[in-house]
Design a protein around this ligand. Structure first.
Ligand code: FAD
Ligand code: UQ1
Length: 433
């Protein structure tokens, strides 16, 4: 539970200042965060400027391919197979600074780490991801010490989902979606479809009520895919309750309390045999506490170029930004190609010319062998790679999600070689309107 507690998002920029050291370092390109966006941009920056000019600040020993956690929570993959040592995904020769960013000072082009070291930069790429807030739900995170509750959103709790699913006997299987922006907005319901499939496979489905309580007023934000998903939930007898927000877990009694967002103060208690929690999420507090934040705490970047709106030598990518699109690794892939181009232009004193269209994708896993592959842009318009109807459940797309995507991630995206499917989409739609 230690890592889960570390991740509860205490925004305290005054912590750990006692061990301040006077060591100084300078890099032409400093990348904050060694997750999906940070590693892929460091690989691209190495190619552009040479390894000696690039450094990445990341305290975690392990780098995880988070999209696999949906499958791990349902026993279709292992959590171990989703992780590799951070050192092994670093582009060779690029400096890994194994410490936590404590403070960003864009007016002096410096950042301070939790051991007090000051690091200066010429250009800064911010890829700090977002923060999970289990603690905003009464009874969590300590409730995870009880059985029958899990969450695919933290490496600490994915196996708890799988344990709860395997031990299911009879009763309610309840799934939540919080009242905040989240990463991979499809994941809270993917685990519901997998639960349904698992209980059918093991002959327990008739003893289960499967209930999806979402804060949103819709099942999915893009109509084309929402229409497909409504058909699926009806076919499979899955109960969807809109505008229901999880506010408390009484794990000792196996009770989850939801608030009706349309009738504040009205709550419903659900007894559960299994509970999957998607926690509230919010901006990284290091960004929130810095001049780089917008009014809500997200990194304030231009939605086309990914350059910071007020600090022209600062750039952002991924979940930490205020880009008005769904936060996914697929979006990071498309953003990495645009950001590479933006930085190339800025280094030549030219204007950024490539524009991010908001491309994002969510492989909606609907069983152990089917996926609806949602792909869309800033306007919520489908932007599909394949010249077939991606609103349909397909086996091929499941194999893409489970077998091809991890390879594309480790060997393409993290190496700075995969910038999203745009070129292939254009090729595959040649000759079509
Ligand atoms: P991250 O990869 O989260 O990286 C942020 C990094 O910053 C972390 O390594 C963190 O340790 C580091 N960091 C944080 N604070 C500090 C600090 N103070 N100092 C230094 N470093 C710090 N995406 C898809 O495309 N398809 C999917 O099917 C999909 N499914 C998902 C399912 C689940 C259950 C989850 C959890 C995510 C899923 N995603 C999916 C989303 C995807 O994993 C993220 O959108 C993506 O990893 C975002 O990349 P990032 O670089 O912005 O953030
Ligand atoms: C993608 O590019 C990507 O990043 C590697 C993902 O993250 C895991 C995805 O889930 C998807 C769907 C894409 C888009 C790629 C194709 C081939 C449609």
């Amino acid at each position: 539970m230690a890592a889960l507690c570390r991740n509860v998002g205490i925004c305290a920029s005054h912590l750990n200042t006692s061990s301040r050291s006077s060591a100084k370092q300078h890099y032409k390109i400093l990348v904050l965060g060694g997750g999906t966006g940070g590693i892929s941009m460091s690989a691209r920056m190495k190619r552009m400027l040479g390894a000696e000019n690039v450094a990445v600040m990341e305290p975690n020993e392990m780098h995880y391919y988070q999209p696999l956690w949906t499958l791990a929570g349902a026993g279709a993959k292992t959590i171990a197979s989703s992780g590799r040592p951070t050192s092994s995904v670093m582009p060779s020769g690029v400096k890994l600074i194994r410490s936590k960013v404590q403070e960003i000072n864009p007016d002096t082009n410096t950042v301070r780490s939790d051991d007090g070291t000051q690091i200066s930069y010429e250009y800064l790429i911010v890829a700090l991801g977002l923060q999970l807030h289990f603690e905003k739900i009464k009874g969590l995170p300590e409730g995870f010490e009880h059985p029958k509750i899990g969450s695919n959103y933290s490496v600490e709790t994915v196996d708890k989902t799988w344990t709860a699913l395997q031990n299911f006997k009879e009763g309610n299987a309840v799934f939540s979606f919080p009242n905040t922006p989240i990463k991979c907005a499809g994941a809270p319901q993917k685990i519901m479809y997998l639960t349904d499939a698992f209980l059918r496979k093991t002959g327990k489905r008739e003893k289960a009520n499967i209930i999806y309580n979402t804060s949103l007023p819709v099942l999915f934000g893009v109509k084309k895919y929402a229409d497909s998903l409504w058909k699926i939930v009806k076919q499979r007898d899955l109960k969807v309750n809109l505008r229901q927000n999880l506010i408390e877990v009484r794990a000792d009694k196996q009770e989850a309390v939801f608030e009706n967002l349309d009738k504040p103060g009205e709550t419903t208690v659900f007894k559960y045999e299994m509970l999957h929690v998607t926690p509230p999420m919010g901006p990284n507090c290091v960004i929130k506490n810095s001049p780089l934040a917008d009014n809500s705490g997200w990194l304030d970047v231009d939605k086309g170029s990914l350059q910071h709106k007020r600090y022209p030598n600062v750039f952002g990518i991924g979940d930490c930004t205020n880009l008005p699109t769904s936060k996914t690794a697929a979006a990071v892939a498309a953003q990495s190609a645009v950001l590479n181009r933006t930085i190339k232009k800025i280094l030549k004193n030219e204007k950024p010319d490539k524009t991010y269209d908001g491309y994002t994708s969510c492989p909606l896993v609907t069983s152990y062998n089917t996926v609806v592959l949602a792909e869309f842009d800033y306007d919520g318009q489908p932007l599909e790679t394949f010249p077939i109807d991606q609103g349909k459940e397909r086996r091929l797309m499941y194999h893409m999600k489970a077998d091809l995507m991890p390879q594309l991630y480790w060997h393409g995206l993290l190496k700075g070689l995969w910038g999203g499917p745009e070129p292939y989409r254009k090729l595959m739609h040649l000759g079509m309107k």
